[in-house]
Design a protein around this ligand. Structure first.
Ligand code: BES
Ligand code: MN
Ligand code: ZN
Length: 480
C-alpha cells in the first residue's frame, strides 16, 4: 500500500472510495462537496447515522462510495479520536476492494498534523503479523491518497516512515522466541540505513565487567549481545535510548508458571521499540545524534544458570544480590545504562522495559509507568506523550523505595518485596545512571495486547509498537 498526498479536491483524485469525517449535526468537512451532491443529510437520516463518535457507515452511489465516520461533537474531538475513526474508515474501505482510497481533510486540525495522522493511522492499521500464516491476508488497497489544496507530501511521508517503524517494532516483538533472537536483532539493525552498529558479546561482558548481562545470559543457548546503534547527524552530545531485550523470559531458575509463558516472547518489546525508533529517526534524517542500546539475551534455567543467592558485579562496580532470577531485566539494563552513560556522555537517557507485572496491575494496558530522577525529563516525556497518545503516568522512586532494595550482603538486591514492585525496580535502575537526566518507562502493560485487554482500535492483537512514536517525537522535540 502506497501513501501519497493529492493536491486538489478529493473528487478530482480519481479514487472511487472516500473516507470523510462528519461531526454532530452532519457538519461536513471543509472543501467537500459530496454533502450537497449526494443529498447526504437525507441519506444519513434514512440510515440512522447520527455522526456520533465511533459510528461508521458506507454510502454508495453510482460513481463513488463515501465512507462516513462519526466524530461526535466538534469540541470533544481529539487527535486520538481521528486515529480511531480513520482506522475504522480504512477497515470499511477494505471490504469494498478498491485500488485507491482518498481521505478528505476534516479541516479541524492543522492540515500538516492531519495528514501525518491519516498516513500514520493507515500504515499501522494495515499491519498484519502474517509471516507464519499459510493463508496470508494481503491488503487489496494499492494506494491511499490524502487530498488537500495544500501539498502535504512531507507530513504524509512522515506518517509513512513512523508508521513503518512502528510496524518494524511490532514485527520484532511478535517474532517467536526461537526466531527473534539476539542475532536476529543484529541482522535487522544492520539492515537499517544510516546506522552504525556495534555488537558486544559474551567475551566483552566478561572483559568489561558487565556482570548483569553475563549472569543472565550464562545459561542461554542463543548468544547474548549488547547491540549499540548510532545515528549521527549533528555534533550535539547524543540522546541515549536503551531497551530491555529479553528474547524469552522463562524466569530462569526462579521459573515462571507455564500458564501464559508464551507471552514472555514479548519481553523484548523495549529493545524492539528502540530499534523501531532508530529506524524512524534515520528514515526522516532528523538533525540529531542518537544512540540506541539493546541488551539482548534469553533468560533460561540450566545447570550453569545464575542462581538466587548469587551476587553479580555490574559495569559501574555496584554489586547486586539475586533474590529472584526472574527479576532479570533490571540486571541487563544496569550494565547497558552505566556503560552508555560513561562511554557516550549523553545529554539524557531514556530506557524502555517490560519490567514488572506490578506496573500492569497499577496502570493497566494503556498507560506506561514513568520514573525519573529529573523534573525536566518528566516534562519532556509528558509532552511527547500528549499528541502521540502513547500514554505515561508518573510513579515515584524516592528514598523509601531505595531503602527497600538494600541488601545485607551486596550493595543492592534485585527484588524489594511485592509492595511497590515497579517503583523498587525503577529505584534499582537509578543506581546506574549517576546524575544524568534519566527516565525509565515501564511498558509491561502497554507493549502488547490480548483479546481481553483494552487496546487501541488501530492496533491489532499482539505487539502495539508502544514507544516507537513516543521516542521519535521526543527526539524531534529536541531539535533546535
Ligand atoms: N518480564 C517480566 C515482567 C512482566 C511480567 C511483564 C508480566 C509483563 C507481564 C519481568 O522480568 C519479571 O518477571 N518481573 C517480575 C519481578 C519480580 C520477580 C520481582 C514480576 O513482575 O513478577
Ligand atoms: Mn522476569
Ligand atoms: Zn522479564
Amino acid at each position: 500500500m502506497d501513501l501519497e498526498s493529492f493536491k486538489g479536491k478529493p473528487e478530482a483524485s480519481g479514487a472511487t472510495v472516500f473516507v470523510c469525517a462528519f461531526f454532530e449535526d452532519y457538519t461536513s468537512p471543509e472543501g467537500l462537496s459530496f454533502s450537497k451532491k449526494l443529498g447526504l443529510e437525507k441519506v444519513f437520516k434514512s440510515l440512522n447515522f447520527k455522526s456520533e463518535y465511533k459510528e461508521c457507515i458506507t454510502v454508495p452511489s453510482d460513481s463513488i462510495t463515501l465512507i462516513a465516520v462519526g466524530m461526535g461533537k466538534k469540541g470533544e474531538s481529539s487527535v486520538e479520536r481521528f486515529r480511531v475513526m480513520y482506522s475504522r474508515g480504512l477497515a470499511e474501505a477494505r471490504k469494498l476492494n478498491p485500488s485507491t482510497v482518498a481521505y478528505a481533510m476534516s479541516g479541524v486540525m492543522e492540515p500538516e498534523m492531519e495528514a501525518y495522522e491519516i498516513s500514520y493511522t493507515c500504515r499501522v492499521t494495515e499491519y498484519r503479523f502474517s509471516e507464519f500464516k499459510s493463508d496470508r491476508e494481503k491488503s487489496n488497497i494499492g494506494k491511499v491518497l490524502v487530498a488537500s489544496e495544500k501539498d502535504l507530501s512531507e507530513p504524509v511521508r512522515k506518517g509513512d516512515v513512523v508508521g513503518k517503524a512502528t510496524n518494524l517494532t511490532r514485527d520484532m516483538a511478535n517474532m517467536p522466541p526461537s526466531r527473534g533472537t539476539p542475532s536476529f536483532f543484529e541482522k535487522k539493525a544492520k539492515e537499517i540505513p544510516g546506522l552504525k552498529v556495534t555488537v558486544l558479546g559474551r567475551e566483552d561482558f566478561l572483559k568489561l565487567g558487565m556482570g548483569g548481562l553475563e549472569g543472565v545470559s550464562r545459561a542461554a543457548t542463543e548468544p547474548g549481545k549488547l547491540i549499540i546503534a548510532e545515528y549521527k547527524n549533528s555534533d550535539e552530545p547524543p540522546i541515549l535510548l536503551v531497551g530491555k531485550g529479553i528474547t524469552f523470559d522463562s524466569g530462569g531458575i526462579s521459573i515462571k508458571p507455564s500458564q501464559g509463558m508464551e507471552e514472555m516472547k514479548f519481553d523484548k518489546c523495549g529493545a524492539s521499540a528502540v530499534l523501531g525508533a532508530m529506524s524512524a529517526i534515520s528514515g526522516m534524517k532528523l538533525k540529531a545524534h542518537v544512540i540506541g542500546m539493546m541488551p539482548l539475551t534469553e533468560n533460561l534455567p540450566g545447570g550453569n544458570a545464575y542462581k538466587p543467592g548469587d551476587i553479580l558485579k555490574h559495569y559501574n562496580g555496584k554489586t547486586s544480590e539475586i533474590i529472584s532470577t526472574d527479576a532479570e531485566g533490571r540486571l541487563v539494563l544496569s550494565d547497558a545504562l552505566s556503560y552508555g552513560v560513561e562511554k557516550f556522555n549523553p545529554k539524557f537517557v531514556v530506557d524502555l522495559a517490560t519490567l514488572t507485572g506490578a506496573c500492569v496491575i497499577a496502570l493497566g494496558n494503556n498507560i506506561a509507568g514513568l520514573m525519573t530522577n529529573n523534573e525536566s525529563m518528566n516534562e519532556k516525556l509528558m509532552k511527547a506523550s500528549e499528541n502521540t497518545w502513547e500514554r505515561l503516568w508518573p510513579l515515584p522512586i524516592d528514598e523509601d523505595f531505595k531503602e527497600q532494595i538494600k541488601s545485607e550482603v551486596a550493595d543492592i538486591k534485585n527484588v524489594g518485596g511485592r509492595a511497590g514492585g515497579s517503583e523498587t525496580a525503577g529505584a534499582f535502575l537509578s543506581n546506574f545512571v549517576g546524575d544524568k537526566p534519566w527516565a525509565h518507562l515501564d511498558i509491561a502493560g502497554t507493549a502488547w495486547s490480548q483479546e481481553h485487554t483494552a487496546k487501541k482500535d488501530y492496533l491489532s492483537k499482539g505487539s502495539t509498537g508502544f514507544g516507537t512514536r513516543l521516542l521519535f517525537e521526543l527526539v524531534s522535540n529536541e531539535i533546535k
